[in-house]
Design a protein around this ligand. Structure first.
Ligand code: AFD
Ligand code: MN
Ligand code: MN
Length: 407
């Protein structure tokens, strides 16, 4: 059996030490799945409904439970306030009962400040003080729902912005948003966090009010100490160096978490690692480095994908399995050796160590971990063999086709 001796790429640990480290990493790796990932959604060019799609919050919890049964890594589900708790706090008892029934806890709470007609010209940045007030009240209500569900994170994304030069005052909108986020921060419970997500484009195409990590950092800083930045991997221009942004956010103590997905052109919400797995590895590497140096706060790993073509649950399992493998590959970088090579500017040796860790096949280790934890060795295979999707497609078929997206 090959020892763990470095071939210039990964750890200089023995196989058993690598296995122990791998198990420790996988035991601690948790990634949150989005309720909206189980419902019928589509693109602006149409939606292909799936017979197995969830149309109720109960079905979303059931689907999340199946993903967690197969992967052992997804104990929480992100909720979207309007889609999952249409009656607000009144829906909390039902959600609590579903948590107990399916063994899935409510995860981050996602306000919805982008769908109502009144938000046509913005929500928290709308020129109308009355609409800004209503949007802020929805944010306050979302915070209260989070408290009632013992949910730590309020995950805030807004579609605010404009489509044409000269149609809005960018600076006035900055001021309105600063006020709103400070007010929201003051409503947070002691253990809650406000995660401020940025996005440079879509649905606003001239300017968005939180367009990049710098703006998001500013809003988080000025809102208060419980506000952080949320990095959605699809929310960047194609050439951007996301792991450099992550390194900055780690350095400044502002990294709250991620919405993981992959992209070829824009915010495509493709399955994580389907286009550029190396980028996700590089992101995880930055976090492993910071955490090994004592990163003081939690980083929320969340998936933000909702598939129009792939099977919803199959894509979710595929994403979680990919995330586990990339997280583990990055964890097995021999960071001490790498630091020495970086210090010595031994470029090729540093690069060979780094990308060698990316090329390592982590699947034998993830397979061994699953078998040791009583999980299916191949979650995708187990999903197919288990017949869950076929069963729910039979049960839900007619209803799912009738219900609009984001139900
Ligand atoms: C869309 C937005 C953003 C948000 C998500 C859930 O682009 O990523 O986090 O919907 O509301 O993907
Ligand atoms: Mn997102
Ligand atoms: Mn997005």
């Amino acid at each position: 059996m090959e020892t763990g001796q470095a071939r210039g790429n990964t750890m200089t640990l023995s196989d058993s030490a690598i296995r122990e480290l791998a198990f420790k990493m996988l035991d601690s790796f948790r990634i949150e799945i989005p309720s909206w990932g189980f419902a019928n959604t589509g693109t602006r060019f149409g939606k292909f409904v799936q017979a197995a799609a969830a149309t109720t919050i109960e079905e979303k919890f059931a689907d999340a439970a199946e993903v967690n049964r197969l992967t052992g890594a997804t104990p929480t589900m992100a909720l979207h306030v309007l889609w999952d708790l249409p009656n607000g706090l009144k829906d909390v008892p039902e959600v609590r009962a579903l948590e107990r029934r399916f063994g899935i806890r409510s995860g981050s709470i996602n306000p919805n400040l982008f769908q109502d007609q009144e938000y046509k010209y913005g929500s928290l940045c709308n020129p109308s003080a009355e609409i800004r007030e209503r949007a802020l009240q929805h944010l306050f209500d979302s915070i209260e729902i989070g408290k009632a569900l013992d949910s730590r994170d309020i995950s805030l994304w807004m579609a605010d912005g404009s489509n044409y030069p000269g149609t809005q005052s960018i600076r006035k909108r900055i001021g309105w948003l600063e006020d709103a986020l400070r007010a929201a921060h003051d409503r947070l419970g002691p253990d809650q966090r406000l995660l401020v997500e940025y996005k440079p484009f879509e649905p606003a195409f001239y300017h968005t009010d939180i367009a990049d990590w710098g703006m998001s950092s500013h809003f988080a800083r000025q809102a208060g100490p419980q506000a952080f930045v949320l990095v959605d991997t699809g929310h960047h221009y194609s050439a951007q160096n996301i792991e450099q942004i992550v390194a900055w956010l780690l350095h400044t103590g502002l990294l709250g978490g991620f919405h993981f997905n992959d992209r070829r052109y824009a915010d495509d919400d493709l399955t994580l690692g389907s286009i550029d797995p190396y980028q996700i590895f590089r992101i995880f590497h930055e976090i492993h480095c910071a955490q090994s140096e004592g990163l003081p706060h939690a980083v929320a790993y969340m998936i933000d994908q909702s598939h129009n073509l792939k099977g919803k649950i199959e894509a979710m399992v595929q994403t979680v399995v990919t995330a586990q493998e990339l997280y583990l590959k990055a964890a097995l970088v021999d960071r001490e050796r790498l630091a020495g090579l970086q210090q010595a500017c031994d470029l090729v040796a540093a690069e060979e160590l780094f990308r060698g860790a990316f090329w390592r096949d982590a699947r034998p280790l993830t397979r061994a971990w699953r078998e040791a934890r009583g999980l299916p060795a191949d979650p995708l295979e187990a999903l197919r063999a288990g017949g869950y999707v076929e069963r729910i497609a039979r049960e839900r078929g007619s209803r799912s086709a009738a219900v609009s997206s984001y139900a």
